[in-house]
Write a protein that binds this ligand. Structure first.
Ligand code: NAP
Length: 333
């Protein structure tokens, strides 16, 4: 039985990757940081099929312990501070998690279990405002926010450890990928969830920034398949994980509102406060190498992704509406 350690288990990708690996017969360990409340919502359904190890990317000892306990064949580093606006308000913390956390994890692997294969969740944000479109694995990095800069550092540390220490270490340069488990602060989920809320009479408007912004979106379930495939190759290498297509925010809005039978122009309000300070131009992945070497292409189209997210949001919101809300009652009553 192969063993895998996933950091970021409680996040969107971690939960889908855990399901994929369990389905393939892996023993799955997940690094989960301590919090004062439960952060296990996305993995609750997996019950005791996963072994959770308490640890934090900020803490070298806990990472070494996690590697020593799990003795993994594969390590997937999906943990990070992953929200760009927060990287501007908390740049040092973003660097600690997203950049230096990767150094700590690579050191833990090198010292405790150097045969483990390592996957690093790199990001299209390393390209920032690229000078070519589409981008491939050789496109120059020009990060334009603290998150992208931290991911660029993590990317280069991973490739340096591959070259210097001969670790089997790979970077997946992933473009935006979505699912019903995506945080509601990200634009795709914000649009599908708000369209569903408007349909159900729970909201009256959707506030957005630049409708002409273009993104390369794919389904998180497709993305995690590519991550796994990367660690099954003879040689470690870096790959683009993307749909290879761009769609504008406006197309997404139209598609979502069409699905619920509403006219988007009646509900969308343009709010300049949602404009990104550095809007990347035509960030789209060239997946030629990924297709050829990993034999991977996304299974789900853009339209299918919009539909499955809306179905899930409508179902979730309807269930929430019939569940009694927890009321905060003063103890003095
Ligand atoms: P996510 O939902 O935001 O999950 C992030 C995970 O990292 C959570 O499990 C979080 O734990 C964990 N984490 C944060 N700080 C940590 C720390 N100090 N120690 C241990 N764990 C920590 O992210 P995602 O969407 O699954 O993305 C997975 C990875 O791919 C991330 O590295 C992200 O930057 C990268 N990426 C994502 C996309 C995308 O479109 N989704 C695109 C490009 C790259 P808590 O539950 O405790 O907060």
């Amino acid at each position: 039985m192969k063993k895998a350690l996933i950091t970021g288990l409680t996040g969107q990708d971690g939960s889908y990757l855990a399901e994929l690996l369990l389905g393939k017969g892996y023993q799955v360990f997940g690094l989960v940081r301590r919090s004062s409340g439960s952060n296990l919502d996305r993995i609750g359904h997996l019950g005791d099929r996963i072994q959770v190890i308490s640890g934090d990317l900020l803490d070298q000892t806990s990472l070494m312990d996690a590697i020593a306990i799990s003795q993994p064949d594969e390590v997937y580093n999906l943990a990070s501070q992953s929200y760009i606006p927060t990287s501007w308000t908390q740049p040092s913390l973003t660097a600690e998690y997203t950049a230096l956390g990767v150094s700590r994890l690579l050191e833990a692997i090198r010292r405790c279990h150097p045969d483990a294969r390592f996957y690093q969740a790199s990001s299209s944000e390393v390209f920032g405002q690229p000078d070519v479109s589409p981008q491939n694995e050789r496109t120059a990095f020009r990060p334009r926010n603290p998150y992208g800069a931290a991911k660029a550092y993590a990317h280069w540390m991973t490739t340096n450890y591959r070259q210097q220490y001969n670790l089997y270490a790979c970077c997946g340069i992933t473009y935006t990928h979505e699912s019903p488990r995506r945080g509601a602060e990200f634009v795709f989920r914000k649009i599908t969830r708000t369209a569903a809320m408007i349909k159900l009479g729970l909201a009256s408007e959707l506030r957005l920034g630049n409708l002409d912004a273009q993104r390369d979106w794919c389904y998180a379930k497709d993305a995690v398949k590519a991550m796994w495939l990367m660690l099954q190759q003879e040689q470690p290498d870096d790959y683009i994980i993307a749909s290879g297509e761009t769609h504008s925010v406006k197309e997404l809005v139209q598609c979502a509102f069409n699905y619920v039978g509403l006219n988007w122009q009646d509900y969308v309000v343009i709010d300049p406060s949602f404009y990104r300070p550095d809007e990347p131009i035509q960030l789209v992945g060239n997946i030629a190498k990924t297709k050829a070497k990993l034999r991977w292409t996304p299974d789900y189209s853009f339209e299918q992704l919009v539909e499955l997210m809306l179905e899930s949001d409508l179902q979730q919101l309807s269930q929430e509406a019939i569940q009694p809300k927890v009321q905060l009652v003063s103890q003095l009553n």
